[in-house]
Each structure stands twice: as C-alpha cells, then as structure tokens.
Design a protein around this ligand. Sequence first.
Ligand code: SF4
Length: 410
Amino acid sequence: MTNQAMKSSPVQIGSVTIGGDSPIIIQSMTNTQTDDIQATVEQFKELADAGSELVRVTVNTPDAAKAIHAIRQQLNDEGYADIPLIGDFHYNGHLLLDRFPECAKALDKYRINPGNTGTGDLRAEHFSQIVKIAIANDKPVRIGVNWGSLDQDLFTELMDENAKREAPLSDKEVIIEAMVQSALNSAKAAEKLGMASNKIVLSVKMSEVQDMVKAYEKLYAELEKIGKPYPLHLGLTEAGSGMKGAIASSAALGILLQQGIGDTVRISLTPSPTGKRSEEVEACKLLLQTMGMRSFKPLVTSCPGCGRTGNNLYQEMAEEVGKHIDAMMPVWKDKYPGVKEMKVAVMGCVVNGPGESQHADIGISLPGKTETPVAVVYKNGKMFQQLKDVDIITTFKQMLDDFVAEKYGN
Ligand code: SF4
C-alpha cells in the first residue's frame, strides 16, 4: 500500500487494478521474439509464475502484432487468463494497431513512447491514432517517456528557452524538465482526444539513480499541482546486470516508494546468458518485501559472519534454510497462507544471535569459535531447544516445517 499524500487514481488493466488502494504491482517484460509464440508464452509463464502481475511484450513488427492474439489465447488456455498482456510500441504502433485489430483487442494496455511516435507534425498525429484506437477498444495506455528516446523537438525548444535565461539550468536539468513536460503534455493530449484520466499511467525512466529520482519527484509534484493523480510506473531504465542493476534499481525505486511515489515497479536487469529472465521479478519481490510493503515468502535474516565464527556452518545453514523455504513455498503458500510473513534468523554467534533470533518467528544462534558447541533454537521469541551432537542443518529444517504447521496451520 502506498503512503503517498496524493492517492493515485485506480486504473484497471485487464483483471489487475493499479493505483488507488492496490498494493504496488510488479511488472516485467519478455525478451523473446514476440512472433515466436511458443517461446513468448513460455517466458510469459516463467515471469508470471515468479510473481509478475503484469507482463509486457514488444510489438515491433507485423508478425509480432499477428502473434498477440494467439499468445493471449494460449495463455488463457493454460491458466494465465488473469495476467494482463501489455504491448510495447515504438515508431510503428499507430500502423500495427490499425492494421491488426485483433492485436489491439487482445492487449490489456498499450505502452506509448511519446519520443518516437514520429517527427514534426507526425508525432502528434501518430500519437493520436494510437490513443483513438485505445479509446475504441477501451484500453488504458502508459505514456512511457524514456531519456534514451526523448522527444528531441521538445528538448531543443526547452534548450533554446534555457539559453535565454539569466541563470541557465544544466543540460541534465533541462532533460528532466523535458521528460516531465513530455509526459504531462502527452497525457493532456490523450485526454483532449477523449481518453478518460483513469486510463492513463505515466513513467519517466532514466538510467542514473539521482536523475531518475529527480524526474519522478518533479513529475509527481506537477501532478499534485494540477490535481491529476495518474498512477506512476517506476523503473530505472537500462539498470545493468547482476548486483549493479539490482542495487541501482533498489536505491532509485526505494527512495521513491518511501515517499509514496509509484504504483507499479519493474527492475530492468540485463540477464546473464545463463540467467533466468524471472530474476527481475525476484528482485522486485525482495525490494517490496524488505521495504515492508508486501510479503511473498519467509525471509531469512542472517549475519555476515566475522572472526568469531570458527567455521562456515552459518553460511551453509543460511543458504540451506533459504533453499528449503523456496522448495517448500509451493506447498506452504496454499496450505499456510500467513507463512509468507514469517521471519527466520540464522546467526553466527552469541553476540547478536540470541537477540536477532528472538526478534524472528523462529531462529537459531550457532556457537562461535570460543563458545560452548551448542546451537540454540528460539521460537516466538523464547528459547526452545539446544542442539548438540546432531546434524544441525537437517534438524533445524525439520523444526522449521513443524513450526510452520504449528503456527500457520489453522
Ligand atoms: S552475530 Fe556473531 S558471528 Fe555474526 S557477525 Fe555478529 S559477532 Fe560475528
């Protein structure tokens, strides 16, 4: 749930509501060739199974547009009817949506990039064609501004104006201004064409953390000023791969979410060649859960270890307990609905072990190098058992299973 002063308007995307009282919704995007129907359906399912509540695909060619209806059909047949399918359009969206009405109908939302619907007068013309098709099909749109494809005419105009100022803004500040204006002008144009304000979502993605935060804060302030609470989709565009992408995105999204800005999130990770696309969904879930905004699965609090740990048992244990939770969640989540809130602690020594374990629902404090070789298990804040001369990992996993059944069984 957002804590923003200005509550965003709810926007319905297929069977999912974003904004309003909805929790922050997770979005992801496929990287398959959309006209490869089987590959796209498979990746959509992987993302949805991981927890993506909205999935976007690129619609870049006539073959991709032709494939959309079949993709939706197959997803419906395979039990994914509730997950909205969003089309991402650049350059030729007006043509594809016009030539392939089945595609326009099957998609649950269109993403329009106002920076690349055309140049000169064609920009507005193509933009209005897409909006009119969205209105005719009763579909919402996301006006997604991206600094990599910013409306160059608008940017040049603002740069010229800036040059005349007594104290000109930096180029970066003008870019941010252009991003915000592009989003606001496009939303205004869409409403002028007849689109309802509760069909519009906005985003202003940039790839540097501080810039992106400033752009969203500025957009949010402007929306507050004009009384237009369009929901905002947050994303640090081109965030990068692995730890860099996840950390940069978390920093940027975290700052905004904490202020109550943002209704949907995507963490755009470059997948490693052997990695899974759904890692971006896992990253969103962890971000929202560690910020205390949503819960998806029990999280393990574990210490980093230090010179007090005589061996690597705490590392093995933290990893094994995490894996065990992942393996059990498909069963636990239906059988024990409250379990996703459970907190588990795995700690390396007596310094913070007992305290942290008592704060968790269930925790274990392992013995440090100089301590009595006894591992102490805590349940619901109280000491439960001391483990000695047993396989600690296996025993604790069994205790965890019993605890889940006991605490969340009813
Ligand atoms: S709990 Fe103990 S082992 Fe873990 S980091 Fe703290 S002092 Fe080190």
